[in-house]
Design a protein around this ligand. Structure first.
Ligand code: PRP
Ligand code: MG
Length: 179
C-alpha cells in the first residue's frame, strides 16, 4: 500500500469483479443500440478502459475532459470544459462513464449539455457514488459502489494529479492535503 493511503476501500479484485458485472448488465441493456460511450477525463480513464472491454456488443467511444477540483479536495463549483467531444451526440444513445459522483455538479452540467445536443438517450454509469455530499438531485443509472464522505484516490481518481495509477481505491491520509 502507498504510504499516503490511510485505508484501502476497494481492492483491485473487488473493482474488477464489479466491472465484469456492470459490463454484463450493459451488454444486455445496450444490445443493438451502438451506444456512444463518453469517458469523462481525466478520472474515468481506467474505469472506461476496463468497462468497455467487459461490454460484449458494438459501441463507440469518445472523450471529454472537464475539471472543477484542480489541486483541491473541494469542488471549485465551476465546471470547465478542457476538451469537447469529437462525435455528434444527435440521435445517439449516450452512456456517460464517470469515476465518481460527489457534489453532482460535474454531471449535472454535462447532462444538460448533452440533452441540449439532442441525444436519443443519456444515461450515467459511475464506479463510485458519494451521495452524502450531493448538492444536486442527481442519481446514476448504474453504479459500482457507494463510498463514505472521505476523499478517495486511485484507479483514476487524483489528489493534485497524483495517485491515478493506483490499481485500488483508498482513502488519502488527511495530513497529505492541507486545504
Ligand atoms: O460530483 P462532483 O463534485 O462534480 O465531482 C466529480 C468529478 O470530480 C472529479 O473530476 P475533477 O474535476 O477532479 O477532474 P479530473 O477527472 O481531471 O481529476 C471526478 O473525476 C468527477 O468528474
Ligand atoms: Mg480530480
Amino acid at each position: 500500500m502507498h504510504e499516503d493511503i490511510r485505508e484501502v476501500l476497494l481492492s483491485q479484485e473487488v473493482i474488477q469483479q464489479k466491472v465484469r458485472e456492470l459490463g454484463q448488465q450493459l451488454t444486455q441493456d445496450y444490445r443493438d443500440l451502438n451506444p456512444l460511450c463518453i469517458c469523462v477525463l481525466k478520472g474515468a480513464f481506467p474505469f472506461m478502459s476496463d468497462l468497455v472491454r467487459a461490454i460484449d456488443t458494438h459501441l463507440e467511444v469518445d472523450f471529454m475532459a472537464v475539471s472543477s477540483y484542480g489541486d483541491s479536495t473541494q469542488s471549485s463549483g465551476v465546471v470547465r470544459i478542457v476538451k469537447d467531444l469529437d462525435a455528434s451526440v444527435e440521435n445517439r444513445h449516450v452512456l456517460v462513464m464517470e469515476d465518481i459522483i460527489d457534489s453532482g455538479l460535474t454531471l449535472s452540467y454535462l447532462l444538460e449539455l448533452l440533452r441540449g445536443r439532442n441525444a436519443a438517450s443519456v444515461k450515467v454509469v459511475t464506479l463510485l457514488d458519494k451521495p452524502s455530499r450531493r448538492t444536486t438531485g442527481l442519481k446514476p443509472d448504474y453504479c459500482g459502489f457507494e463510498v463514505p464522505d472521505a476523499f478517495v484516490v486511485g484507479y483514476g481518481l487524483d489528489y493534485a494529479e497524483k495517485y491515478r495509477n493506483l490499481s485500488y481505491v483508498g482513502v488519502l491520509k488527511e495530513e497529505v492535503y492541507s486545504d
